[in-house]
Design a protein around this ligand. Structure first.
Ligand code: PEP
Length: 261
């Protein structure tokens, strides 16, 4: 269950700021930028990403510096056109993003996004040169009846196109819905079982490079539980919501990732 250090897969610690237009956003980003610069030698094996609300993207990107990556929280399947209120992957890239979260359970719940919609967003993201972070995860009732792996398998099958290069520039995040924002965290065994399942899917779908696609865990990750989670086999980083809003908390998780022992 617990891993040997994998030289192939760079850890990614990603923050999802959701719909929080922090008044302190730029100063939090500056603290992250400065700490990443100080940790640069140690941090050779780990990437750090923040996904702010779209309104903050370009300002955040302008102060983030060379080591903090910036991402969007969703993107439209189309590149431009009559889609009021939406934002395209190309627009995110123009604002300074290099990643985008797609299929977050809050998008699926609030906006009825289906796996097929997520697949279209993934293609749009990759087409614009962004790395999509595809979120999958089961609800509590689904886990309680023993359907977690089936649900996640279906989400993966349908939201990751079986074509061309779709696995070349891709991150998966396992986010059990019941763990998001609740303080409830699956056991290492539960996380390990799902991550193994995701890895098996990826290596079958992409025999050449499925072993190198990063699989993040997300759901109530904090600096207190990060070490235990990041030590699980096939956990290649974290997608962090609440604990990414303050630089101090987020960087504590990042430091755990670059020094996991
Ligand atoms: C999330 O929504 O992506 C998330 C992981 O949130 P939290 O860390 O707050 O549970």
């Amino acid at each position: 269950m617990f891993k040997m250090v994998s030289a192939m897969v760079r850890t990614l610690i990603a923050g999802n700021w959701k719909m929080n237009g922090l008044s302190s956003a730029l100063s939090e980003i500056q603290i992250m930028r400065d700490q990443l610069a100080e940790l640069a030698e140690l941090a050779d094996g780990a990437d750090c990403l923040v996904c702010p609300p779209a309104t903050l993207l370009s300002r955040v990107a302008s102060v983030a510096g060379p080591r903090l990556r910036i991402g969007g929280q969703t993107c439209h399947r189309e590149d431009s056109g009559a889609h009021t209120g939406d934002i395209s992957a190309t627009m995110l890239a123009e604002a300074g993003a290099t990643y985008v979260i797609v299929g977050h359970s809050e998008r699926r719940a609030d906006h009825g996004e289906t796996d097929l919609e997520v697949a279209a967003q993934l293609c749009a993201a990759q087409g614009a040169g962004l790395t999509p972070i595809v979120c999958v995860g089961e609800s509590l009732p689904e886990r309680e009846v023993g359907d977690a792996l089936t649900v996640i398998g279906r989400q993966l099958q349908q939201s990751i196109p079986d074509v061309g290069q779709s696995g070349q520039n891709l991150v998966i995040a396992y986010e059990p819905i019941w763990a998001i924002g609740t303080g409830r965290v699956p056991t290492p065994e539960q996380i390990g079982e799902v991550h193994h399942h995701v890895r098996t899917f990826l290596t079958r779908r992409f025999p050449d490079h499925g072993a190198e696609i990063r699989i993040l865990y997300g759901g109530s990750m904090t600096s207190k539980n990060a070490r235990r989670i990041l030590q699980v086999a096939d956990v290649n980083g974290g997608l962090v919501g609440g604990a990414s809003l303050r630089a101090e908390d987020f960087m504590a998780i990042y430091r755990t990732a670059i020094d996991p022992d």
